[in-house]
Ligand binder design. Structure first.
Ligand code: SAM
Length: 275
């Protein structure tokens, strides 16, 4: 019978953030696949857990995923951990999870710390809808292309960033996204934890390049086009038709625009006016 694959979140700074369930699972599995075995060994020593470890890091993910899955097929239960936080979130984990699902192996999350989510919830920005972007490329062109690609995104944006790149990244954001409100979650769960909130330009003026950081950026404002479209969708279909008819448009164009506004097929609108 197949064993199980456990995806275990570990602390991002404060060791007290390990969960009871994570400790139980790490004690019970046959093997722990770790991003950096030396790093995980420190955590296991702290928890007084002794387990065989194998390394599983980004560059070897494909090969190691196969080895892990073969062992699970032989009945072994395996836990995947990264250096800190939730595996698979800008950390190794994704590959072995995909292969496990293909092989119909049970994948069990053991929830815990994640820098992105904890920065978001204390940012004071909108949490209803958000986009996790993770690390931007170190290459200037790719970094700028990505920011241009997402500049109209209305969801709150979440970025991971290294301290030595923070200033350049904030300057690129200011230029491409505009002077939006942001919140930087720094050294979360550690002694010097802080949340630095303000506009991008204010924060560029006072940020010091130290500590682990997550940048939370306010989403783009709705364009006038979006607002107008939403208002049109509050109209009845007849009012919506009249709205475009008054602009002198022909029937074909009116139906096309109504369908676009309401994000439905043209045929659907066409049928409504034929019945
Ligand atoms: N998988 C991890 C998670 O669940 O948060 C993220 C791993 S990623 C390789 C490392 C990045 O996460 C750091 O560069 C930083 O942006 C962010 N990070 C990790 N720990 C943090 C902390 N204690 N405070 C703020 N940001 C942190």
């Amino acid at each position: 019978m197949n064993g199980k694959l456990y995806i275990v979140a570990t602390p991002i700074g404060n060791l007290d953030d390990i969960t009871y369930r994570a400790v139980k699972v790490l004690n019970e599995v046959d093997l722990i696949a770790a991003e950096d075995t030396r790093h995980t060994l420190k955590l296991l020593n702290h928890l007084k857990i002794s387990k065989p470890l194998i390394s599983y890091y980004k560059e070897t993910e494909k090969v190691k995923a196969k080895i892990i899955i073969d062992k699970i097929k032989m009945g072994k239960n395996i836990a995947v951990v990264s250096d800190a936080g939730t595996p698979g979130i800008s950390d190794p984990g994704e590959e072995v999870i995909k292969v496990a699902i293909e092989e119909e192996i049970e994948v069990i999350p053991i929830p815990g710390a994640c820098a992105a989510i904890n920065s978001l919830i204390c940012s004071g920005l909108d949490t209803k809808q958000f986009m996790f972007v993770g690390f931007l490329s170190a290459k200037s062109k790719e970094k700028r292309d990505k920011l241009n690609e997402i500049k109209n995104e209305q969801s709150t944006l979440i970025f991971y960033e290294a301290p030595h790149k923070i200033e350049d990244t904030l300057k690129c954001m200011l230029e491409i996204l505009g002077d939006r409100r942001i919140s930087i979650g720094r050294e979360i769960t550690k002694i010097h934890e802080e949340f630095i909130r303000g506009t991008i330009s204010e924060i560029i003026a006072r940020i010091e390049p130290r500590g682990e950081m997550v940048i939370i950026v306010e989403g783009a404002e709705k364009s006038q086009n979006d607002i107008d479209r939403e208002n049109r969708n509050d109209m009845t279909l007849e009012e919506h038709y009249k709205f475009y008819e008054n602009q002198g448009l022909d029937k074909k164009e009116i139906i096309k625009r109504i369908a676009k506004d309401r994000k439905v097929q043209k045929n659907e609108i066409y049928k409504k006016f034929m019945t």
